[in-house]
Ligand binder design. Sequence first.
Ligand SMILES: Nc1ncnc2c1ncn2[C@@H]1O[C@H](COP(=O)(O)OP(=O)(O)O)[C@@H](O)[C@H]1O
Ligand SMILES: [Mg+2]
Length: 486
Amino acid sequence: MKSLFWRISATFMVLLLVLGVAYIWITKDSADRYFQEATQRLNSSIAQHMVDHIQPIRNGEVDTTGLSDLMHSMMIINPDVEVYLLDTEGKILSHVAPYKKVKLTEVRLGPINQFLETKELKACILGDDPRKPGRTKVFSAAEIRENNQLVGYAYVILVSEDYDSAMSFVWGNYILRVGIISFLVTLLAALVIGLALIYFITKNLNRIVATVKRFKEGDMHARMPADSGAELQELATTFNEMADTLVKNIDELKAVENLRRELIANVSHDLRTPLAIMRGYVETLIMKDDSLGSEERQRYLNTVMASNHKLEKMVGDLFELSKLEAKQVTPVIEPFFIVELVQDITQKYKMLAGEKGIEISLSQSAELPMVLADIALVERVLQNLLDNAIKFTPSGGKVTISLAAGERGVEIKVSDTGKGIAAEDLPYVFDRYHQANKAGREAKVGAGLGLAIVKKILEIHNSTIEISSKLQQGTSFRFHLPAYEA
Ligand SMILES: Nc1ncnc2c1ncn2[C@@H]1O[C@H](COP(=O)(O)OP(=O)(O)O)[C@@H](O)[C@H]1O
Ligand SMILES: [Mg+2]
Protein backbone atom coordinates (compact mmCIF):
# COMPACT_ATOMS: atom_id res chain seq x y z
CA MET A 1 0.00 0.00 0.00
CA LYS A 2 2.98 2.29 0.49
CA SER A 3 3.59 1.97 -3.21
CA LEU A 4 0.08 3.27 -3.94
CA PHE A 5 0.92 6.54 -2.20
CA TRP A 6 4.14 6.83 -4.13
CA ARG A 7 2.55 5.89 -7.40
CA ILE A 8 -0.22 8.48 -7.07
CA SER A 9 2.23 11.09 -5.79
CA ALA A 10 4.65 10.50 -8.66
CA THR A 11 1.85 10.75 -11.20
CA PHE A 12 0.64 13.93 -9.56
CA MET A 13 4.12 15.48 -9.49
CA VAL A 14 4.77 14.59 -13.12
CA LEU A 15 1.43 16.16 -13.98
CA LEU A 16 2.32 19.37 -12.15
CA LEU A 17 5.74 19.42 -13.77
CA VAL A 18 4.29 19.02 -17.25
CA LEU A 19 1.75 21.72 -16.44
CA GLY A 20 4.47 24.07 -15.21
CA VAL A 21 6.73 23.50 -18.20
CA ALA A 22 3.80 23.92 -20.57
CA TYR A 23 2.79 27.15 -18.87
CA ILE A 24 6.26 28.62 -18.97
CA TRP A 25 6.76 27.56 -22.54
CA ILE A 26 3.47 29.09 -23.63
CA THR A 27 4.29 32.28 -21.76
CA LYS A 28 7.72 32.44 -23.29
CA ASP A 29 6.39 31.75 -26.75
CA SER A 30 3.63 34.32 -26.60
CA ALA A 31 5.89 36.90 -25.02
CA ASP A 32 8.41 36.25 -27.74
CA ARG A 33 5.83 36.67 -30.44
CA TYR A 34 4.39 39.77 -28.82
CA PHE A 35 7.82 41.32 -28.58
CA GLN A 36 8.64 40.59 -32.21
CA GLU A 37 5.29 41.83 -33.41
CA ALA A 38 5.54 45.04 -31.44
CA THR A 39 9.08 45.65 -32.64
CA GLN A 40 8.18 45.11 -36.26
CA ARG A 41 5.08 47.28 -36.08
CA LEU A 42 6.88 50.12 -34.35
CA ASN A 43 9.85 50.02 -36.69
CA SER A 44 8.13 49.04 -39.92
CA SER A 45 8.93 52.31 -41.65
CA ILE A 46 12.53 52.54 -40.56
CA ALA A 47 13.87 51.24 -43.89
CA GLN A 48 11.72 53.64 -45.87
CA HIS A 49 12.93 56.57 -43.76
CA MET A 50 16.47 55.57 -44.40
CA VAL A 51 15.96 55.32 -48.14
CA ASP A 52 14.20 58.69 -48.13
CA HIS A 53 16.93 60.30 -46.08
CA ILE A 54 19.96 59.16 -48.00
CA GLN A 55 20.05 57.81 -51.51
CA PRO A 56 21.99 54.59 -50.67
CA ILE A 57 22.54 53.63 -54.31
CA ARG A 58 23.62 56.37 -56.62
CA ASN A 59 24.34 55.67 -60.34
CA GLY A 60 24.50 51.97 -59.48
CA GLU A 61 27.10 52.58 -56.78
CA VAL A 62 26.58 52.04 -53.06
CA ASP A 63 26.96 55.23 -51.04
CA THR A 64 29.05 53.72 -48.25
CA THR A 65 29.85 56.93 -46.48
CA GLY A 66 26.28 58.12 -46.29
CA LEU A 67 25.22 54.72 -45.19
CA SER A 68 27.71 54.36 -42.38
CA ASP A 69 26.97 57.92 -41.19
CA LEU A 70 23.32 57.02 -40.98
CA MET A 71 24.05 53.72 -39.36
CA HIS A 72 26.03 55.34 -36.64
CA SER A 73 23.34 57.79 -35.77
CA MET A 74 20.79 54.94 -35.80
CA MET A 75 22.94 52.77 -33.60
CA ILE A 76 23.00 55.47 -30.96
CA ILE A 77 19.24 55.13 -30.70
CA ASN A 78 19.05 51.36 -31.17
CA PRO A 79 22.25 49.33 -31.10
CA ASP A 80 20.43 46.20 -32.21
CA VAL A 81 19.68 47.35 -35.70
CA GLU A 82 21.54 45.85 -38.66
CA VAL A 83 21.24 47.41 -42.09
CA TYR A 84 21.76 45.55 -45.39
CA LEU A 85 21.61 46.75 -48.97
CA LEU A 86 20.35 44.17 -51.44
CA ASP A 87 20.26 44.12 -55.19
CA THR A 88 17.05 43.24 -57.02
CA GLU A 89 17.81 39.52 -56.71
CA GLY A 90 18.35 39.64 -52.97
CA LYS A 91 22.16 39.52 -53.08
CA ILE A 92 23.80 41.44 -50.24
CA LEU A 93 25.68 44.40 -51.74
CA SER A 94 26.70 45.99 -48.52
CA HIS A 95 25.91 45.88 -44.85
CA VAL A 96 26.38 47.83 -41.69
CA ALA A 97 26.46 45.43 -38.83
CA PRO A 98 29.32 46.49 -36.66
CA TYR A 99 31.46 43.85 -34.94
CA LYS A 100 29.35 41.07 -36.36
CA LYS A 101 29.99 38.38 -38.90
CA VAL A 102 27.70 38.11 -41.89
CA LYS A 103 27.52 34.60 -43.25
CA LEU A 104 24.88 34.70 -46.02
CA THR A 105 25.54 36.24 -49.40
CA GLU A 106 21.90 36.61 -50.27
CA VAL A 107 18.48 36.51 -48.61
CA ARG A 108 15.09 35.30 -49.82
CA LEU A 109 12.96 37.99 -51.45
CA GLY A 110 9.66 36.31 -50.61
CA PRO A 111 9.28 37.74 -47.08
CA ILE A 112 10.50 41.13 -48.29
CA ASN A 113 7.85 41.32 -51.03
CA GLN A 114 5.25 40.17 -48.56
CA PHE A 115 6.34 42.95 -46.21
CA LEU A 116 6.21 45.58 -48.94
CA GLU A 117 2.79 44.50 -50.13
CA THR A 118 1.28 44.52 -46.63
CA LYS A 119 -0.38 47.85 -45.84
CA GLU A 120 -1.11 47.18 -42.21
CA LEU A 121 0.93 44.61 -40.30
CA LYS A 122 -1.21 42.04 -38.50
CA ALA A 123 1.20 39.25 -37.65
CA CYS A 124 4.93 39.55 -37.82
CA ILE A 125 6.73 38.63 -41.05
CA LEU A 126 10.04 36.86 -40.59
CA GLY A 127 12.93 37.22 -42.99
CA ASP A 128 16.34 35.50 -43.28
CA ASP A 129 18.99 36.48 -40.76
CA PRO A 130 22.18 36.97 -42.80
CA ARG A 131 24.33 36.28 -39.77
CA LYS A 132 22.68 33.00 -38.90
CA PRO A 133 21.83 30.72 -41.83
CA GLY A 134 18.50 28.98 -41.23
CA ARG A 135 17.25 31.48 -38.65
CA THR A 136 14.58 34.13 -39.28
CA LYS A 137 14.04 37.55 -37.72
CA VAL A 138 11.65 40.49 -37.83
CA PHE A 139 12.76 43.18 -40.23
CA SER A 140 11.86 46.34 -42.04
CA ALA A 141 12.41 46.76 -45.80
CA ALA A 142 12.04 49.37 -48.50
CA GLU A 143 12.56 49.57 -52.23
CA ILE A 144 15.43 51.62 -53.58
CA ARG A 145 14.64 53.36 -56.89
CA GLU A 146 16.75 55.40 -59.22
CA ASN A 147 14.99 57.24 -62.05
CA ASN A 148 11.90 55.28 -61.17
CA GLN A 149 13.82 52.03 -61.70
CA LEU A 150 14.07 49.39 -58.97
CA VAL A 151 17.76 49.05 -58.19
CA GLY A 152 17.66 47.24 -54.87
CA TYR A 153 16.29 46.98 -51.37
CA ALA A 154 17.13 48.33 -47.96
CA TYR A 155 16.80 45.45 -45.47
CA VAL A 156 16.93 46.22 -41.77
CA ILE A 157 17.08 43.46 -39.18
CA LEU A 158 15.32 44.87 -36.12
CA VAL A 159 16.21 42.56 -33.26
CA SER A 160 19.74 41.67 -32.41
CA GLU A 161 21.20 38.58 -30.86
CA ASP A 162 20.64 39.84 -27.31
CA TYR A 163 16.92 39.27 -27.42
CA ASP A 164 17.11 36.09 -29.38
CA SER A 165 16.70 34.08 -26.29
CA ALA A 166 13.15 34.72 -25.28
CA MET A 167 13.93 33.49 -21.82
CA SER A 168 16.30 36.36 -21.30
CA PHE A 169 13.58 38.64 -22.57
CA VAL A 170 11.06 37.11 -20.22
CA TRP A 171 13.43 37.41 -17.30
CA GLY A 172 14.14 40.94 -18.35
CA ASN A 173 10.45 41.68 -18.01
CA TYR A 174 9.38 42.44 -14.45
CA ILE A 175 5.69 41.61 -14.91
CA LEU A 176 6.41 38.29 -16.57
CA ARG A 177 8.95 37.45 -13.93
CA VAL A 178 6.49 38.12 -11.14
CA GLY A 179 3.85 36.10 -13.05
CA ILE A 180 6.11 33.12 -13.40
CA ILE A 181 7.31 33.26 -9.83
CA SER A 182 3.75 33.43 -8.48
CA PHE A 183 2.81 30.59 -10.79
CA LEU A 184 5.67 28.51 -9.46
CA VAL A 185 4.64 29.31 -5.89
CA THR A 186 1.06 28.29 -6.66
CA LEU A 187 2.38 25.09 -8.24
CA LEU A 188 4.41 24.37 -5.15
CA ALA A 189 1.43 25.00 -2.89
CA ALA A 190 -0.70 22.70 -5.06
CA LEU A 191 2.01 20.09 -4.80
CA VAL A 192 2.14 20.28 -1.01
CA ILE A 193 -1.65 20.28 -0.59
CA GLY A 194 -2.05 17.53 -3.19
CA LEU A 195 0.53 15.32 -1.55
CA ALA A 196 -1.07 15.85 1.85
CA LEU A 197 -4.49 14.89 0.44
CA ILE A 198 -3.06 11.85 -1.27
CA TYR A 199 -1.38 10.90 1.96
CA PHE A 200 -4.60 11.09 3.95
CA ILE A 201 -6.65 9.23 1.36
CA THR A 202 -4.11 6.45 1.03
CA LYS A 203 -3.77 6.31 4.80
CA ASN A 204 -7.52 5.69 5.06
CA LEU A 205 -7.25 3.23 2.19
CA ASN A 206 -4.52 1.43 4.07
CA ARG A 207 -6.79 1.04 7.07
CA ILE A 208 -9.59 -0.22 4.84
CA VAL A 209 -7.31 -2.74 3.15
CA ALA A 210 -6.04 -3.88 6.53
CA THR A 211 -9.62 -4.46 7.68
CA VAL A 212 -10.49 -6.38 4.52
CA LYS A 213 -7.38 -8.52 5.03
CA ARG A 214 -8.31 -9.27 8.61
CA PHE A 215 -11.79 -10.23 7.45
CA LYS A 216 -10.35 -12.42 4.70
CA GLU A 217 -8.15 -14.15 7.20
CA GLY A 218 -11.19 -15.19 9.17
CA ASP A 219 -11.79 -12.38 11.65
CA MET A 220 -15.51 -12.10 11.02
CA HIS A 221 -15.77 -9.23 13.48
CA ALA A 222 -13.37 -7.00 11.56
CA ARG A 223 -15.23 -3.79 10.66
CA MET A 224 -14.22 -0.49 9.09
CA PRO A 225 -13.51 2.40 11.45
CA ALA A 226 -16.31 4.95 11.59
CA ASP A 227 -14.12 7.81 10.32
CA SER A 228 -12.77 6.47 7.06
CA GLY A 229 -12.72 9.86 5.33
CA ALA A 230 -15.61 11.39 3.46
CA GLU A 231 -14.92 9.76 0.10
CA LEU A 232 -14.23 6.36 1.55
CA GLN A 233 -16.99 6.44 4.15
CA GLU A 234 -19.46 4.95 1.72
CA LEU A 235 -17.04 2.17 0.85
CA ALA A 236 -16.48 1.52 4.53
CA THR A 237 -20.21 1.51 5.29
CA THR A 238 -20.91 -0.77 2.35
CA PHE A 239 -18.19 -3.14 3.46
CA ASN A 240 -19.56 -3.19 6.99
CA GLU A 241 -23.04 -3.93 5.71
CA MET A 242 -21.70 -6.63 3.43
CA ALA A 243 -19.75 -8.16 6.29
CA ASP A 244 -22.86 -8.11 8.50
CA THR A 245 -24.90 -9.79 5.78
CA LEU A 246 -22.20 -12.38 5.21
CA VAL A 247 -21.92 -13.15 8.89
CA LYS A 248 -25.70 -13.36 9.18
CA ASN A 249 -25.89 -15.70 6.18
CA ILE A 250 -23.12 -17.88 7.53
CA ASP A 251 -24.86 -18.03 10.91
CA GLU A 252 -28.09 -18.98 9.20
CA LEU A 253 -26.36 -21.65 7.15
CA LYS A 254 -24.70 -22.99 10.27
CA ALA A 255 -28.04 -23.05 12.06
CA VAL A 256 -29.69 -24.90 9.17
CA GLU A 257 -26.79 -27.30 9.05
CA ASN A 258 -27.08 -27.96 12.78
CA LEU A 259 -30.82 -28.52 12.50
CA ARG A 260 -30.27 -30.96 9.68
CA ARG A 261 -27.71 -32.87 11.69
CA GLU A 262 -30.07 -33.03 14.67
CA LEU A 263 -32.90 -34.15 12.43
CA ILE A 264 -30.84 -36.96 10.96
CA ALA A 265 -29.61 -38.04 14.38
CA ASN A 266 -33.11 -38.04 15.86
CA VAL A 267 -34.76 -39.71 12.91
CA SER A 268 -32.20 -42.47 12.63
CA HIS A 269 -32.64 -43.07 16.32
CA ASP A 270 -36.39 -43.39 15.83
CA LEU A 271 -36.00 -45.60 12.77
CA ARG A 272 -34.05 -48.07 14.84
CA THR A 273 -36.95 -48.85 17.18
CA PRO A 274 -39.32 -50.41 14.63
CA LEU A 275 -36.38 -52.10 12.92
CA ALA A 276 -35.30 -53.67 16.23
CA ILE A 277 -38.86 -54.85 16.90
CA MET A 278 -39.14 -56.40 13.45
CA ARG A 279 -35.80 -58.10 13.82
CA GLY A 280 -36.69 -59.50 17.24
CA TYR A 281 -39.98 -61.01 16.12
CA VAL A 282 -38.61 -62.36 12.86
CA GLU A 283 -35.74 -64.00 14.77
CA THR A 284 -38.17 -65.60 17.17
CA LEU A 285 -40.25 -66.86 14.25
CA ILE A 286 -37.20 -68.42 12.65
CA MET A 287 -35.84 -70.01 15.82
CA LYS A 288 -39.09 -71.31 17.30
CA ASP A 289 -40.69 -72.21 14.03
CA ASP A 290 -41.79 -75.68 15.22
CA SER A 291 -42.90 -74.78 18.71
CA LEU A 292 -45.11 -71.79 17.78
CA GLY A 293 -48.84 -72.17 17.60
CA SER A 294 -50.57 -70.66 14.59
CA GLU A 295 -52.30 -68.00 16.68
CA GLU A 296 -49.01 -66.92 18.22
CA ARG A 297 -47.33 -66.92 14.86
CA GLN A 298 -50.13 -64.69 13.53
CA ARG A 299 -49.65 -62.25 16.41
CA TYR A 300 -45.90 -62.02 15.77
CA LEU A 301 -46.42 -61.43 12.08
CA ASN A 302 -48.97 -58.68 12.79
CA THR A 303 -46.46 -56.93 15.03
CA VAL A 304 -43.83 -57.13 12.33
CA MET A 305 -46.36 -55.76 9.86
CA ALA A 306 -47.26 -52.82 12.16
CA SER A 307 -43.62 -51.91 12.66
CA ASN A 308 -43.14 -52.09 8.94
CA HIS A 309 -46.05 -49.68 8.41
CA LYS A 310 -44.60 -47.29 10.93
CA LEU A 311 -41.23 -47.44 9.26
CA GLU A 312 -42.78 -46.84 5.89
CA LYS A 313 -44.66 -43.82 7.15
CA MET A 314 -41.59 -42.38 8.83
CA VAL A 315 -39.46 -42.79 5.73
CA GLY A 316 -42.28 -41.37 3.62
CA ASP A 317 -42.64 -38.33 5.91
CA LEU A 318 -38.92 -37.79 6.02
CA PHE A 319 -38.72 -37.91 2.26
CA GLU A 320 -41.64 -35.50 1.95
CA LEU A 321 -40.21 -33.05 4.47
CA SER A 322 -36.75 -33.01 2.95
CA LYS A 323 -38.24 -32.44 -0.48
CA LEU A 324 -40.27 -29.53 0.90
CA GLU A 325 -37.28 -28.07 2.71
CA ALA A 326 -35.07 -28.35 -0.35
CA LYS A 327 -37.80 -26.45 -2.26
CA GLN A 328 -38.13 -29.33 -4.67
CA VAL A 329 -41.88 -29.21 -4.44
CA THR A 330 -43.50 -26.82 -6.85
CA PRO A 331 -47.08 -26.23 -5.81
CA VAL A 332 -49.73 -26.33 -8.53
CA ILE A 333 -51.86 -23.38 -7.49
CA GLU A 334 -55.43 -23.49 -8.76
CA PRO A 335 -58.86 -22.47 -7.57
CA PHE A 336 -61.01 -25.14 -5.94
CA PHE A 337 -63.90 -25.51 -3.51
CA ILE A 338 -62.39 -26.14 -0.09
CA VAL A 339 -65.77 -27.40 1.19
CA GLU A 340 -65.74 -30.26 -1.28
CA LEU A 341 -62.22 -31.27 -0.28
CA VAL A 342 -63.03 -31.12 3.43
CA GLN A 343 -66.24 -33.12 2.93
CA ASP A 344 -64.30 -35.81 1.09
CA ILE A 345 -61.65 -36.09 3.77
CA THR A 346 -64.15 -36.06 6.63
CA GLN A 347 -65.94 -38.91 4.91
CA LYS A 348 -62.73 -40.92 4.76
CA TYR A 349 -61.93 -40.32 8.43
CA LYS A 350 -65.44 -41.16 9.66
CA MET A 351 -64.57 -44.86 9.87
CA LEU A 352 -61.29 -44.40 11.70
CA ALA A 353 -62.89 -41.95 14.13
CA GLY A 354 -65.87 -44.25 14.64
CA GLU A 355 -63.59 -47.15 15.57
CA LYS A 356 -62.10 -45.00 18.32
CA GLY A 357 -65.48 -43.71 19.45
CA ILE A 358 -64.78 -40.19 18.28
CA GLU A 359 -67.35 -38.00 16.61
CA ILE A 360 -66.09 -36.04 13.63
CA SER A 361 -68.10 -33.11 12.24
CA LEU A 362 -67.89 -30.27 9.77
CA SER A 363 -69.17 -26.76 10.35
CA GLN A 364 -69.17 -24.06 7.71
CA SER A 365 -70.43 -20.54 7.22
CA ALA A 366 -73.03 -20.05 4.50
CA GLU A 367 -71.09 -18.48 1.61
CA LEU A 368 -67.54 -19.65 1.02
CA PRO A 369 -65.39 -18.42 -1.86
CA MET A 370 -63.12 -20.75 -3.79
CA VAL A 371 -59.55 -20.86 -2.54
CA LEU A 372 -56.28 -20.62 -4.46
CA ALA A 373 -53.92 -23.40 -3.44
CA ASP A 374 -52.36 -26.72 -4.35
CA ILE A 375 -55.17 -29.14 -3.68
CA ALA A 376 -52.96 -32.19 -3.04
CA LEU A 377 -50.78 -30.31 -0.55
CA VAL A 378 -53.80 -28.90 1.30
CA GLU A 379 -55.14 -32.43 1.51
CA ARG A 380 -51.83 -33.48 3.17
CA VAL A 381 -52.22 -30.66 5.69
CA LEU A 382 -55.74 -31.74 6.61
CA GLN A 383 -54.70 -35.40 6.78
CA ASN A 384 -51.87 -34.69 9.18
CA LEU A 385 -54.01 -32.48 11.40
CA LEU A 386 -56.85 -35.04 11.49
CA ASP A 387 -54.41 -37.90 12.13
CA ASN A 388 -53.16 -36.05 15.19
CA ALA A 389 -56.58 -34.98 16.38
CA ILE A 390 -57.85 -38.57 16.29
CA LYS A 391 -54.62 -39.96 17.70
CA PHE A 392 -54.57 -37.64 20.71
CA THR A 393 -58.29 -37.62 21.49
CA PRO A 394 -59.71 -40.31 23.75
CA SER A 395 -62.86 -42.23 23.06
CA GLY A 396 -66.02 -40.14 23.40
CA GLY A 397 -64.25 -37.01 22.26
CA LYS A 398 -65.09 -34.74 19.33
CA VAL A 399 -63.12 -33.52 16.34
CA THR A 400 -64.48 -30.52 14.45
CA ILE A 401 -63.42 -28.93 11.18
CA SER A 402 -64.80 -25.41 10.75
CA LEU A 403 -64.67 -23.31 7.63
CA ALA A 404 -65.36 -19.58 7.65
CA ALA A 405 -64.87 -16.72 5.24
CA GLY A 406 -62.46 -14.24 6.75
CA GLU A 407 -60.42 -11.21 5.88
CA ARG A 408 -57.54 -13.24 4.55
CA GLY A 409 -59.67 -15.69 2.56
CA VAL A 410 -61.00 -18.87 4.09
CA GLU A 411 -60.15 -19.72 7.70
CA ILE A 412 -59.82 -23.43 8.39
CA LYS A 413 -59.85 -24.72 11.92
CA VAL A 414 -59.29 -28.28 13.12
CA SER A 415 -60.11 -28.66 16.80
CA ASP A 416 -60.44 -31.60 19.14
CA THR A 417 -61.40 -32.30 22.72
CA GLY A 418 -58.29 -34.38 23.31
CA LYS A 419 -55.50 -34.44 25.82
CA GLY A 420 -54.04 -31.06 24.76
CA ILE A 421 -50.45 -29.94 24.73
CA ALA A 422 -48.56 -28.51 27.67
CA ALA A 423 -47.78 -24.83 27.32
CA GLU A 424 -44.02 -25.47 27.51
CA ASP A 425 -44.27 -27.96 24.63
CA LEU A 426 -46.26 -25.65 22.37
CA PRO A 427 -43.27 -23.87 20.82
CA TYR A 428 -41.76 -27.18 19.74
CA VAL A 429 -44.63 -29.09 18.18
CA PHE A 430 -43.92 -27.84 14.64
CA ASP A 431 -40.29 -28.82 14.67
CA ARG A 432 -40.02 -31.12 17.57
CA TYR A 433 -37.16 -32.95 15.94
CA HIS A 434 -35.22 -29.80 15.48
CA GLN A 435 -35.85 -28.56 18.95
CA ALA A 436 -36.07 -31.77 20.93
CA ASN A 437 -32.41 -31.84 21.85
CA LYS A 438 -32.18 -28.16 22.59
CA ALA A 439 -35.17 -28.33 24.86
CA GLY A 440 -33.72 -31.44 26.41
CA ARG A 441 -36.85 -33.48 25.84
CA GLU A 442 -37.27 -36.88 24.24
CA ALA A 443 -39.57 -37.65 21.37
CA LYS A 444 -42.61 -39.26 22.96
CA VAL A 445 -44.90 -40.73 20.36
CA GLY A 446 -45.08 -40.98 16.61
CA ALA A 447 -42.64 -39.99 13.90
CA GLY A 448 -42.99 -36.32 14.84
CA LEU A 449 -42.72 -35.04 11.29
CA GLY A 450 -46.40 -34.43 10.54
CA LEU A 451 -46.66 -30.88 11.89
CA ALA A 452 -43.28 -29.92 10.42
CA ILE A 453 -44.66 -30.94 7.02
CA VAL A 454 -47.86 -28.97 7.67
CA LYS A 455 -45.90 -25.86 8.53
CA LYS A 456 -43.71 -26.17 5.44
CA ILE A 457 -46.65 -26.66 3.08
CA LEU A 458 -48.38 -23.58 4.48
CA GLU A 459 -45.15 -21.62 4.15
CA ILE A 460 -45.16 -22.45 0.45
CA HIS A 461 -48.67 -20.98 0.33
CA ASN A 462 -47.53 -17.82 2.15
CA SER A 463 -49.72 -18.84 5.04
CA THR A 464 -49.05 -19.67 8.67
CA ILE A 465 -50.56 -22.01 11.19
CA GLU A 466 -51.64 -21.02 14.68
CA ILE A 467 -52.16 -23.36 17.55
CA SER A 468 -54.03 -23.02 20.80
CA SER A 469 -54.28 -25.79 23.31
CA LYS A 470 -55.27 -26.52 26.88
CA LEU A 471 -54.19 -29.65 28.68
CA GLN A 472 -57.03 -32.15 29.09
CA GLN A 473 -59.41 -29.82 27.22
CA GLY A 474 -58.32 -29.94 23.64
CA THR A 475 -56.29 -28.48 20.87
CA SER A 476 -57.13 -26.42 17.82
CA PHE A 477 -55.07 -25.58 14.74
CA ARG A 478 -56.01 -22.64 12.55
CA PHE A 479 -54.77 -21.51 9.16
CA HIS A 480 -56.11 -19.60 6.14
CA LEU A 481 -55.98 -19.97 2.39
CA PRO A 482 -56.34 -17.04 -0.02
CA ALA A 483 -59.71 -16.65 -1.70
CA TYR A 484 -59.96 -16.85 -5.47
CA GLU A 485 -61.28 -13.69 -7.05
CA ALA A 486 -62.61 -14.36 -10.52
N1 LIG B 1 -54.23 -32.58 18.24
C1 LIG B 1 -53.20 -32.77 19.10
N2 LIG B 1 -53.45 -32.97 20.42
C2 LIG B 1 -52.40 -33.14 21.28
N3 LIG B 1 -51.11 -33.16 20.93
C3 LIG B 1 -50.83 -32.96 19.62
C4 LIG B 1 -51.83 -32.77 18.67
N4 LIG B 1 -51.23 -32.60 17.46
C5 LIG B 1 -49.90 -32.71 17.69
N5 LIG B 1 -49.65 -32.93 18.97
C6 LIG B 1 -48.30 -33.05 19.59
O1 LIG B 1 -47.36 -32.59 18.68
C7 LIG B 1 -46.43 -33.63 18.37
C8 LIG B 1 -45.98 -33.57 16.93
O2 LIG B 1 -46.97 -33.94 16.05
P1 LIG B 1 -46.61 -34.52 14.66
O3 LIG B 1 -45.61 -33.65 14.09
O4 LIG B 1 -47.85 -34.75 13.88
O5 LIG B 1 -45.90 -35.89 14.99
P2 LIG B 1 -46.57 -37.24 15.40
O6 LIG B 1 -48.00 -37.14 15.13
O7 LIG B 1 -45.88 -38.21 14.55
O8 LIG B 1 -46.22 -37.37 16.84
C9 LIG B 1 -47.14 -34.89 18.69
O9 LIG B 1 -46.26 -35.91 19.02
C10 LIG B 1 -47.97 -34.48 19.88
O10 LIG B 1 -47.22 -34.52 21.06
MG1 LIG C 1 -48.87 -36.61 13.41
